[in-house]
Write a protein that binds this ligand. Structure first.
Ligand code: IPD
Ligand code: CA
Ligand code: CA
Length: 271
């Protein structure tokens, strides 16, 4: 394993044990609201601090972009961190959430970890070296017929300017696929796609920390991704479509007629 990935895994596991411990005593948690439907607990902050401590302990010159504490440092190496992706699930005792850590080198994702602490599933990828779930090499699914496909998504729930386009896409896709799932952790959704558990995924208004690690998992597992037009702006716009190579173009085609309903300009996500 690449030493930088080993460090990221150590950081993710540290955060995971903080999260697992807190999950046993949810009633004791201090929770506050960042914005409408945007909850944050002391666990998000504690997990983030633990991650940053491990990363900067090993690589003090690297820079950081983390959901709760923002950006610090300047370096050609930048760690992008979501200490707890799926906070709403976590707060409800719904055991589906993750820690997401990615390393960008000159803007290119090179290492990625998505860790589900309640299932002890560790998804990792290094650029050019493939994606893994624990010790098992991952490949995206081979399904080619939309009618056989399970598609993951995330509903708008904080910021609703995307809702008209989202719902039109949803209505079009729903009857053509085997099923749609909205489990509530975008980072884990992308890891599931890399593992072949989903065949496709779309969401709008995501933040870089939601997707940086998951996108590397998908490309290393042989999947395709982009914004909803298939262009590589997903890290800036937060609008993401991903899929196995057999259905990606079919999904793009289904989405295209609805893009005129997108808010203009299609601005980067703010939360
Ligand atoms: C959220 C989760 C959710 C997705 C949202 C994200 P958070 O992250 O990934 O699945 O639909 O867009 O913001 O706030 O729980 O870290
Ligand atoms: Ca998140
Ligand atoms: Ca989060």
């Amino acid at each position: 394993m690449h030493p930088m990935l080993t460090t990221a895994v150590k950081a993710a596991r540290r955060a995971g044990s903080i999260i697992n411990r807190a999950a046993q005593n949810l009633d004791l948690l201090q929770v506050s609201r960042k914005a409408h439907n945007d909850f944050v607990s002391e666990v998000d902050g504690a997990a983030e601090e633990a991650i940053i401590k491990v990363l900067l302990g090993a690589y003090p010159d690297h820079s950081i972009l983390a959901e709760e504490s923002g950006a610090r440092g300047t370096s050609e190496y930048q760690w992008i961190i979501d200490p707890l992706d799926g906070t709403t699930n976590f707060l409800h005792g719904f055991p589906h959430y993750s820690v997401s850590i990615a390393l960008m080198h000159r803007g290119v994702p090179t290492q990625g970890v998505v860790y589900n602490p309640s299932a002890n599933e560790l998804f990792t990828a290094s650029r050019g070296q493939g994606a893994y779930l624990n010790d098992r090499r991952l490949r995206v699914s081979k399904r080619a017929q939309l009618g056989d496909c399970l598609i993951g998504t995330g509903f708008p729930f904080r910021e609703f300017s995307h809702a008209p386009a989202y719902l039109a896409i949803f209505q079009d896709i729903m009857p053509k696929v085997a099923g749609i799932r909205r489990p509530g952790s975008a980072a884990l959704d992308l890891a599931y796609l890399a593992a072949g558990r989903y065949d496709g995924f779309w969401e709008m208004g995501l933040s870089p920390w939601d997707i940086a690690a998951g996108c590397l998992l998908i490309t290393e597992a042989g999947g395709l991704l982009g914004d909803l037009e298939g262009n590589a702006t997903h890290m800036q716009t937060g609008n993401l479509l991903a899929g196995n190579p057999r259905i990606f173009a079919q999904l793009l085609q289904m989405i295209a007629p609805h893009l005129e309903k997108m808010p203009a300009p299609r601005r980067p996500a703010d939360g």
